[in-house]
Design a protein around this ligand. Structure first.
Ligand SMILES: C[S@@+](CC[C@H](N)C(=O)[O-])C[C@H]1O[C@@H](n2cnc3c(N)ncnc32)[C@H](O)[C@@H]1O
Length: 230
């Protein structure tokens, strides 16, 4: 896979969060999937929860469960990782309430999720979240939001869109239903596809040098929330 600035920035975010978690803290990776960040929490006691309903090679999930009903006691965890999961939940508020229940007072939660991304992991793909939707959902369940930011800059969003254009734009007349006009249009679309494919990695690289967050829109938001001590 070619360089993707979202992955670059997200890894930095999770690394920074992991460094802030004390040794031996009890951590829950909620919706853990392939547990790509487990190694960053090697200094903690790491547990995971996932419903394992997708056709992917899950391994070592501690709790095989729906996130709306995690089989552990109240106030168990010092910290929760909730990465790229919330858009897959039909009732995100119900799950946030459950995560709030299992988190200790003063415990921290790391969230990231998309604002702008194609449908994936169908049929378990329900929402995209704006900063205002995130603020509403988290505070409604009693979390305090400590920090919310764009994961990547607008160049990263453009890099993603260009990559998808190179992949999805039609390149054959029959994909436009055939006919004379389709034959005229296809050379133009092939050119656009070609240049989109070339420009996409350039924008992803630019995103690392110039993280533009004052215009455009992010592909993902990252958010750190706390369960208040009282
Ligand atoms: C996009 S993946 C993210 C995986 C991982 N957190 C990561 O950062 O790579 C979403 C994960 O959420 C899990 N998931 C989706 N809906 C769920 C639900 N209702 N209960 C438990 N797990 C769920 C899926 O099985 C999948 O592993």
């Amino acid at each position: 896979m070619s360089f993707n600035s979202s992955r670059y920035y997200l890894l930095k975010e999770v690394e920074q969060f992991a460094r802030s978690i004390p040794a031996n803290a009890l951590v829950l990776d909620a919706g853990s999937g392939l547990q790509p960040y487990q190694h960053l929490f090697a200094h903690t006691q790491y547990e995971s929860a996932d419903f394992e309903k997708l056709d992917i090679p899950y391994t070592n999930t501690t709790y095989l469960c729906d996130l709306s009903n995690i089989p552990v006691e109240d106030y168990k965890y010092d910290c929760i990782i909730f990465n790229q999961v919330m858009e897959h939940l039909p009732e995100p508020g119900v799950v946030l309430k459950e995560l709030h229940r299992v988190l200790k007072r003063g415990g921290k939660l790391f969230y990231s999720g998309p604002l702008f991304y194609e449908e994936h992991q169908q049929p378990y793909d329900f929402y995209r979240f704006t900063q205002f939707g995130l603020r509403f959902l988290f505070t409604q369940q009693g979390f305090e939001i400590n920090r919310m930011e764009w994961v990547e800059g607008y160049f990263g969003t453009v890099g993603y869109q260009l990559d998808r254009m190179a992949f999805f734009l039609p390149g054959k007349p029959k994909e436009l239903g055939g006919g004379f006009r389709a034959y005229l249009l296809i050379p133009f679309l092939i050119l656009v596809k070609f240049f989109s494919g070339i420009l996409s990695p350039i924008f992803h690289k630019l995103d690392v040098s110039y993280k533009i967050t004052k215009q455009g829109y992010p592909k993902n938001y990252v958010l750190i929330a706390t369960k208040p001590s009282k």
